[in-house]
Ligand binder design. Sequence first.
Ligand code: CA
Length: 230
Amino acid sequence: MPRILLVEDETDIADTVRYALETAGFGVDHAPTAGEAESLASAGRHELAILDIGLPDIDGLELCRRLRRHRDLPVIFLTAQAGEIDRILGLELGADDYVTKPFSPRELVARVRVVLRRGQRQAEPPSRAGGFEHDLAGRRIRYRGQLLDLTRYEYGLLAALLQRPGAVLSRGQLMDRVWGDALESGDRTVDTHVKTLRAKLRSAAGDAEPDAIRTHRGLGYSLDVEAGPA
Ligand code: CA
């Protein structure tokens, strides 16, 4: 039974959504605050999160960023105003979907099913690409068969690139995804970690291998999955 993390401070809405999800065969953990959501999410047993944007402690967008720092959790936002939709899209958080209040619980359940199906389709191929083997649950990455010994931030960077092989991610997007609101920040933070990451990839694959991380001047970085034998 897939478990959903539901973060919503309005009891009526939370009860309605919980009932609809449970009727549809989902397990539901409900948190009325972002703080409680973070501790529930730390067990890593949810397949999707439904996040209200207006929460009493931190907002749903910031919560999304924090949850995604540990793993790539599919997220559907609940929004109360059109302005919030612009913020979701503007922040490039990679929201999987959003629904605007008031919404029909049946429609929300349908969206949940679509997002989960999409996730299942994508789960297999990206976990093995261009010589990389990504064990998401164990937060481990192998390259050319060798387990990489990565720091938390190197892992985050490589995982973000692996999630969308070939796509160019800007330094800002990588900062947001990997460092979130950490104090250490600035463009050079990303560059420094890319440098150490490249060195580790080289030592795993040998100097003859082409560089798997490609620099796009003024744009950012991408993972070159065509670089070598898969
Ligand atoms: Ca609210």
